[in-house]
Design a protein around this ligand. Structure first.
Ligand SMILES: [Zn+2]
Length: 383
């Protein structure tokens, strides 16, 4: 039920097939983020139209509203959000450390204040595991302590040690829940660990070694990156981890999803990505295109009859002009938010498709493709 087969490699980059209870996923893959059980402004029909094979939902948000029991009463997360393909839930760790108001961390867990109603709540490794089990995604994530990107070694060490202790508790609780299954299909959910350690080489190496010793996982997530550290530091950590990660396990780089980061991370052996950037940028009128990022509100597009991205096959690019899209944003029409979100998600899914094809071609095709892509995407003089 949880299987990953690598079909081809090119340097550190790989392409393969991840098999999960709700279907198969070709990697490298970009997962759109459905924070509150919906990818903002996009329906499941939209997501399928742009080729999305897997979606991420946020445990913290669904726990504080509407609550996992409501989701369960309404048939579980897949049925609740009408998405019948694979789902991954994060553990809520990132949100309680970055979003929730008040928080107090000790070894038991995190006490925080809900951003919805101000109520004090506690999330422990066991609770985070139970909530995700109740939601019922294909992949659940271990509850982790996320330190800021610029954290010093002592702070990162503290967060790493706590994350490792919590991982053991998450794994134990997840195993109990799996073993307790009676009337449900077996192996309906798998749990992935999250690697922490900030930008400190020794902590990253040690953290990975200890996580590997703790279990035979079906996948592994790289956390604590894209949280405010300088970009070259993120790439350094990926380069450090790559040869040390078990080859057959799928690798998920959490919260990364700007086009240039996706390409650089695939070149460094990453298989799965998620990020709110395509939908958040889309709602702000910012679009990823073959020639770089474009802001559709720019007055230069007022009478522009060209598509947003002439190389794109999405509904937005095959139906509407830049002039019309700009008009929608200037007039604050809701359709504009949907059309740019749709295009941006399609852009990242096409990017992953192009990299899969290049990796399969072999003979340095990925490196040549990436050089060409970077030259066009980063060219100067674009609005
Ligand atoms: Zn498009």
């Amino acid at each position: 039920m949880f299987d990953f087969q690598i079909a081809a490699t090119s340097g550190a980059a790989r392409t393969g097939t991840l098999t999960l209870p709700h279907g198969t996923v070709e990697t490298p893959v970009f997962m759109p983020v459905g924070t509150q059980g919906t990818v903002r402004a996009l329906s499941p029909t939209d997501l399928k139209a742009v080729g999305a094979s897997m979606v991420l939902a946020n445990t913290y948000h669904l726990h504080v509203r509407p609550g996992e029991d409501i989701v369960s009463q309404l048939g579980g997360l897949h049925r609740f959000m009408a998405w019948d393909r694979p789902l991954l839930t994060d553990s809520g760790g990132f949100q309680v450390f970055s979003l929730a108001g008040f928080r107090r961390v000790d070894d038991d867990g995190v006490e925080f204040q809900s951003h919805v109603d101000g109520a004090r709540r506690t999330l422990t490794p066991e609770r985070a595991t139970e909530i995700q089990w109740t939601l019922g995604a294909d992949i659940a994530m271990a509850f982790d302590h996320v330190a800021p990107g610029q954290a010093d070694e002592a702070t990162s060490r503290d967060a790493l040690e706590r994350t490792l202790r919590w991982l053991e508790r998450c794994a134990r609780r997840h195993e109990e829940l799996t073993n307790g299954l009676t009337d449900q299909p077996p192996n309906r959910q798998t749990l992935w660990p999250i690697l922490q350690g900030g930008t400190h080489r020794t902590l990253r190496e040690e953290g990975l070694r200890r996580v590997r010793e703790m279990g035979s996982w079906t996948g592994v997530a790289i956390g604590g990156l894209s949280v405010g550290e300088p970009k070259p530091k993120m790439l350094e950590v990926l380069e450090l981890l790559e040869p040390r990660l078990p080859g057959p396990l799928p690798r998920y780089l959490m919260g990364v999803g700007f086009p240039e980061d996706l390409v650089a991370a695939v070149e460094r052996g990453v298989d799965l990505f998620d990020c709110v950037a395509p939908t958040r940028n889309g709602r702000n009128g910012s679009a990823f295109t073959a020639e770089g990022q474009v802001n559709i509100r720019n007055a230069a597009f007022r009478a522009d009859d060209a598509p947003l991205d002439a190389t794109c096959d999405c509904e937005t690019c095959t139906s509407y002009s830049r002039g019309y899209l700009r008009h929608l944003f200037v007039a604050e029409e809701l359709l504009g938010l949907r059309l740019l979100s749709l295009h941006n998600v399609r852009y990242l899914i096409r990017l992953a498709e192009a990299m899969r094809a290049a990796i399969r071609k072999g003979n340095g095709a990925l490196a040549a493709w990436a050089d060409d892509w970077r030259r066009r995407y980063t060219q100067p003089g674009i609005a």
